[in-house]
Design a protein around this ligand. Sequence first.
Ligand SMILES: Cc1cc2nc3c(=O)[nH]c(=O)nc-3n(C[C@H](O)[C@H](O)[C@H](O)COP(=O)(O)OP(=O)(O)OC[C@H]3O[C@@H](n4cnc5c(N)ncnc54)[C@H](O)[C@@H]3O)c2cc1C
Length: 424
Amino acid sequence: MKRRHFLGAATALGAGAFLSPQAFANSRTPARVVIVGGGWGGLSAARYLREFAPQLEVTLLERNASFWSCPLSNHWLVGRVDGALLSHDYRAAAQRWGYRFVQAEVSQIDRDARLVVTEAERIAYDWLVLAVGIRHDYAAWFGADHDTIAYTRQHYPSAYTPGAEFPRLRDKLTEFKGGDLLMTIPPQPFRCPPAPYERAVMIAGWLEQRKVPGRLIILDANPPFQEFQRVFREHFPKRIEYHTQMKIVAVDPRRRTVECEFDSFGFDEAILIPPQQAASLAWQADLIGRDENSRPGGWAAVDPLSFAARRDARVFMVGDMIDRVSSLFGHYPKSGQMASRQGRIVARQIAARAAGAAAPLELPDSLCHITTQFDPPAALRIAASYRLRGDGELIQQTKTQRDPQPRGEDLAWAQGMFREFLAP
Ligand SMILES: Cc1cc2nc3c(=O)[nH]c(=O)nc-3n(C[C@H](O)[C@H](O)[C@H](O)COP(=O)(O)OP(=O)(O)OC[C@H]3O[C@@H](n4cnc5c(N)ncnc54)[C@H](O)[C@@H]3O)c2cc1C
């Protein structure tokens, strides 16, 4: 019997009746936590659950065979870091921290029966952690034209979620011999807002270094990112054409054109990043927040401090999938460190509930090292921290520092994070 099937059989069905938190504390059967998504949020939840509540049975489900880090992937795309730094073994991490890992795509959450459904099995949970990240809203460009969506994914990958699109984009860049390379930047909110600009700097610098006669055309749906606008202007005046506040009205990947409200663009090669939303499982589980007219807003609704789903106290959600949490600052930053911190907070929440106790207040934080110049390198350090005001309002403080002489801080940060939730 394969390990995955054995593990599945051990946890399948027989969900058991509802137990109160106190009953959990007294029960001899270990309560079951199922985590879906082995990214920054899910892996951190799994690791800290084992530390904070070793009596709980923890299962992590992930569709990919190995972990892939989006942070530093822009450097990898142009050969500046080794893939071995970014790719990690899930089974080694599970063994190190002592939880079960099952490689499987979760197709359905049955919240009434408290079951997670994959092709091979149905796994019961007492608490569920969803850390499934984002999905691309290609429907905003192509409606229900699934052929064109598949064509776009295949030919113009965004490389914005862990998986096969990264090597595909790298191959395309390597084969790019010149002409117009177009990149779209989606409207906020989206995963790691500085990342597409960093990618632009990497690609432009790399084309320059290899003397490829190519030009990068950026269609940004947002107002200008000033730091990068300056870099593009000063360092790549001939390489980068930066258009801001571009509202895309039509994309034709076969004819290689993008039509905006007031202008049209052709391209030879492209990185087409469409608008983003919470990943599909949050939609299937009916956990998406709604606006004042009851229309789904696109992101998963949680309590900003406990990360419990607004619609189900048995479900916690962390990372890039979650909705805005504040009328003052909107969304938590959609960053790896933020997802990881939220995973740790949720582990504490579940551990406390399992013990019939209240969880201590813990607020997340975020830190991002973003490369702004190719050669000589320069970087931005963007930090966000949080506090509760006297009236209970959550306050965000952000600090952006220029680092004109980075010395591997980004690598050191990533390696520190990986040590926290993987087995590097
Ligand atoms: C190019 C780029 C550069 C970035 N740089 C930085 C940086 O420098 N610093 C930083 O802090 N952040 C950075 N980020 C952002 C960071 O990658 C994300 O914030 C982080 O990955 C969010 O973690 P998550 O757990 O929410 O989602 P993810 O890491 O995407 O994990 C979600 C996981 O869920 C799995 N999954 C989804 N649905 C299912 C399903 N139905 N069944 C099974 N598995 C499923 C996915 O396969 C995936 O592994 C960058 C992102 C990009 C794209």
